[in-house]
Design a protein. Sequence first.
Length: 76
Amino acid sequence: MTVSNYRKAFKQLKAKPVKLKKFMKHNAKKERSCGISNKSCRRCGRHQAHISSYGLDLCRQCFRDIATSIGFKKYS
């Protein structure tokens, strides 16, 4: 379904709360136990480029911002 179809469905179901509840139940996002969507950055909430080493749980962009303040050195 496209976004416009969902909007149409919600518009039609506003007057029918029981059917709306059933629609929401069957079309809700699944709870994930593993995978990319399960881990997110503690600072910004981004899911991609996740660094979980040493218990950091940061994305690479946030890691670059705060790496020196948490004790990492940049070797060139």
